[in-house]
Write a protein that binds this ligand. Structure first.
Ligand SMILES: *Cc1c(COP(=O)(O)O)cnc(C)c1O
Length: 389
């Protein structure tokens, strides 16, 4: 039957017979089923569904996990970005500098507030915002920088914070893909002014629907974020500022509290699988044809995605699909070339590194439950492609 499934932001035609899924959430669920079910039963028994004690406990656990003074739950990672910019009073006439090689929500949050997304190209080795050209993108209208810790690798936060400090602008970390990643010894999310996390099911810490979190060390911003997520209201039917409805559900918090206890183990599984891929690509003498993801010294990559860069990417992907190997493309088009951002006036060629990445990236399965023999089948199929063409 012809059908498509929405699969962590990418849409892939349901293929006849994949050897294994791109992401196996069933396997993860099977390993924690009893704990999840009893956590769910407790929430159902209490009938307290929105915010409340379960969400507060989870917020305090995330604050501990990310070294933050404050953690504030919300309805999604997209909303976390929007609320962070709202808390910083970003609005019409303002500019916010970010990368064009990211999920749409990063720039969408800026544009939603009628501020202007200003794009900066990425570094070829990390896919993250290029700090060497970042400073030149700032203007007197710049209010904030949004680095994205893409695929689970932190951006160069030291250089970004230095640019931000000089220009006196805020830094909003898009850490949606990077919970548990570190820069130096610092967990992402608390290196900038505000950190934004997503609990979309395909993220390293995923819930059973949508969910998000903001982290900050500023008491003033924490207060504003708490107000903004509930229509700007502290006292019932009194509205201090104009907010939105963006709250984390108790059910999601209960699930996330169970999963958070396993997160470090799962991250180690992802990292071990990344190492295995790197060795296997060497074994098959593919390391000159395939550019592998980097983990620069002093960074801890959490591999939400394992993204390689290859020539003739689309032909390779078709070959892999026929061999039953699932892959995804994050992202097939950089944001400056999307119709929704056409009004910004960017052109093809403006950000050559991001454009090249969009044409050459391929994400391989990397979830912790993936077995080494399955990974070997992935690399074998890639080797077959390059041998026979
Ligand atoms: C997933 C993601 C988001 C948005 O998170 P949602 O919870 O899906 O709204 C934002 N930025 C990046 C980089 C993401 O990967």
């Amino acid at each position: 039957m012809a059908s498509t499934t929405i699969n962590h932001g990418g849409v892939q035609p349901a293929s006849a017979q994949l050897l294994f899924p791109f992401l196996d959430l069933q396997a993860q669920f099977a390993s924690i089923k009893d704990e999840i079910n009893s956590a769910l039963a407790e929430v159902v028994a209490k009938q307290h569904f929105i915010l409340g004690p379960e969400v507060e406990r989870f917020e305090s656990e995330i604050a501990d996990y990310t070294n933050a003074e404050f953690a504030i739950g919300c309805a999604s990672g997209s909303d976390a970005l929007l609320l962070a910019l709202m808390a910083l009073s970003v609005g019409p006439g303002d500019e916010v500098v970010t990368t064009p090689f990211t999920f749409v929500a990063t720039a969408g949050a800026i544009a939603r507030l009628n501020a202007r997304p200003v794009f900066v190209d990425i570094e070829p080795a990390t896919f993250n915002i290029d700090v060497n050209v970042l400073g030149a993108a700032l203007s007197p209208r710049t209010r904030a920088i949004i680095p994205v810790h893409l695929f689970g690798l932190s951006a160069n936060m030291e250089a970004i914070n230095e640019v931000a400090r000089d220009a006196q602008v805020s830094v909003v970390e898009d850490a949606a893909q990077a919970i548990g990643a570190t820069f130096g010894n610092h967990p992402v999310g608390t290196i900038g002014t505000v950190g934004c996390f997503s609990f979309f099911p395909s993220k390293n810490l995923g819930c059973f629907g949508d969910g998000g979190m903001m982290t900050t060390n500023s008491p003033e911003l924490a207060t504003r974020l708490r107000l903004l997520r509930v229509h700007g209201s502290r006292k019932r039917y009194e509205y201090e500022i104009l907010g939105i409805n963006s709250r984390l559900d108790a059910i999601q918090a209960a699930i996330l509290r169970v999963k958070l206890r396993y997160l470090d183990r799962w991250t180690e599984g992802r990292r071990a699988n990344a190492e295995y891929y790197k060795l296997a690509f060497k074994d098959f003498a593919l390391d000159d044809r395939v550019a592998l993801p980097n983990e620069p010294a002093g960074y801890r990559h959490v591999y939400n995605q394992f993204v390689i860069q290859v020539e003739r990417r689309d032909a390779l992907r078709t070959h892999l699909q026929q061999a039953g190997i699932p892959t995804e493309i994050y992202y097939p088009s950089p944001l400056h070339l999307q119709p929704a951002f056409e009004y910004l006036g960017y052109r093809s060629g403006d950000f050559p590194v991001a454009e090249k990445a969009a044409a050459t990236v391929l994400a391989l399965p990397i979830y912790p439950e993936l077995r080494n023999d399955q990974q070997r089948a992935v690399v074998q199929a890639i080797a077959d492609f390059y041998q026979h063409s």
